[in-house]
Design a protein around this ligand. Structure first.
Ligand SMILES: [Zn+2]
Length: 496
């Protein structure tokens, strides 16, 4: 008798929520290149062959000869809490697919989703799935910026998070989460999870895996995974711009039926991170000082990093502090990515290519969490290019994945080429410029609204990286943020 094929549900629901961000998060934000998130056959069409968690899950399921069901793939750029109806629609789609019966569920999640109703969007979803199917094997792939909640651990079977930041191991992470699940279905392993956390909020600017201590920690997780009974080892740095009880650093180790080792390795990772907690604290340089340094550099490209307003951490991407200082300083041969301003884009499209315009640029969004009003700036320049805003990453980050920054205009002031976009989008790939006819390697300065992800696409070409303290809801100055819900004491908000 031939065996009935496995029925496997594969879905994606990704959002990193900045609870300080005024940027709204409706369902449409989870769509790329179309009005709604991908559903059904669209999912494989969008992701097959790309560097993504969904692609890895699809490959694993195919390898197992499974029947694959893909109810939804939804991924939004970081922003404020996910609107209730959007969360409901996405979790309903996944739960409906599970309700129809399946042998396994593979989920590509972020791990820091806060909704209007839940601090823990992922744990809430997983608990609901387990209510429908109490014994269902579930594998979860997560971002390194997961803020881990007990419900996430209690309601999954295997789990793995990124080991790189900038994140370039999306595919491998899902393989690390999914492969043990299929091994379990074949009766080869028995996954056992241990996890823990430390009361600390590592600074995002200090989280890159090119630097101590995260470099060492991630190397150690890979080393642990070399052991045959360690199925996955993950150190989550956490996402600090979320004022929720469990924000911060955590670790998870999944072993093959070795709970003692899972626990011991989890504690080892946590102790190392805690021991070096001072190394996760960021020192801020005043903006005037940064720009004075920039003016004295002779060879480009020099990256001017507007790290207080990073779209991939929930920034409005429309604050003008750093770009304004660049214009005031008269820096030349600059390309700036990017200012989010759909209204200015529409005005410039109406003006037409080649024509001079004066627009009130950026500063359209207020930031109540910081007590700040938006501050636009009058900018005059020539409409150099109009573009639909879609491009695919060349890699190494999200290779082949479609990005959608909405209708886009390049505004050329003569000294600065400003990319103005209609959907927030972090520059983590050369294509962010190249798709618009700008060769970033030939520019003296690149202003990037980013913090760490730009390194994937731009670090190798950069002669120097100058971090510029501007304005925004992913401020690098924690003292500007009012934390009310995170558990206390927590380092470095409290002396510990
Ligand atoms: Zn992340």
């Amino acid at each position: 008798m031939p065996q009935k094929p496995l029925r496997v549900v594969i879905a994606q629901m990704k959002h990193e929520t900045n609870t300080f961000s005024p940027v709204p998060t409706p369902l449409s934000r989870f769509a790329t290149g179309q009005a709604e998130p991908y559903r059904g056959d669209e999912v494989a069409r969008a992701f097959k062959g790309t560097n993504s968690g969904v692609a890895a899950f699809l490959d694993l399921a195919e390898e197992a000869g499974a029947e694959i069901v893909t109810p939804i793939a939804a991924s939004a750029r970081p922003s404020g809490p996910v609107q209730s109806d959007a969360y409901q629609a996405m979790s309903d789609a996944i739960c409906a697919a599970v309700s129809q019966g399946c042998d396994a569920c593979l989920l590509d999640l972020h791990g820091a989703m806060v909704t209007e109703d839940h601090e823990d969007g992922e744990g809430t979803l997983l608990a609901r799935i387990r209510q429908i199917a109490p014994d269902l094997p579930i594998a979860v792939a997560l971002d390194m910026h997961t803020n881990l909640y007990p419900a996430m651990i209690a309601n999954c079977t295997t789990l793995a998070g990124f080991q790189t930041y900038p994140h370039i191991d999306n595919y491998e992470t899902a393989i690390r989460a999914g492969r043990p699940l299929f091994a379990m279905l074949r009766g080869e392993v028995k996954p056992t999870i241990a996890w823990g956390q430390k009361p600390m909020l590592p600074h995002v600017m200090c989280q890159g895996t090119g630097r101590f201590p995260n470099k060492d920690l991630q190397e150690r997780t890979r080393q642990m995974e070399q052991e045959p009974d360690v199925l996955s080892a993950t150190l989550f740095v956490g996402f600090p711009h979320a004022d929720i009880s469990q924000a911060g650093l955590s670790a998870v180790v999944v072993t093959d039926n070795n709970p003692e080792k899972a626990e011991r390795y989890t504690q080892e990772l946590l102790e190392f991170a805690w021991k070096h907690r001072a190394a996760w604290v960021y020192q801020i340089e005043p903006l005037e000082q940064s720009l004075a340094r920039a003016a004295s550099v002779t060879e480009g490209p020099v990256i001017l990093l507007d790290h207080y307003d990073n779209a991939a951490s929930g920034g409005t991407m429309d604050t003008m502090t750093v770009l304004g200082a660049i214009l005031d300083a008269g820096l030349e041969d600059v390309a700036a990515y990017a200012i989010y301003d759909p209204r200015a884009v529409a005005e410039m499209i109406a003006a037409g290519i080649g024509n001079e315009v004066t627009v009130s640029l950026g500063g359209k969004m207020s930031m109540p969490s910081l007590g700040l009003q938006g501050q636009p700036r009058q900018v005059t320049g020539r409409v150099k290019l109009i573009h639909d805003g879609r491009y695919r990453n060349q890699g190494p980050a999200s290779t082949g994945v479609l990005f959608d920054q909405g209708p886009t205009v390049v505004l050329d002031t003569g000294k600065v080429e400003i990319v103005v976009i209609s959907r927030q989008n972090e520059p983590n790939d050369e294509q962010a410029f190249r798709a618009l006819g700008i060769d970033p390697t030939r520019k003296k300065f690149l202003m990037l609204k980013s913090r760490v992800h730009f390194r994937a696409g731009f670090e190798a070409m950069a002669k120097e990286i100058i971090e510029c303290a501007g304005t925004g809801v992913c401020t690098s100055d924690y003292s500007q943020l009012k934390f009310e819900n995170v558990r206390r004491p927590i380092y470095p908000l409290d002396e510990m």
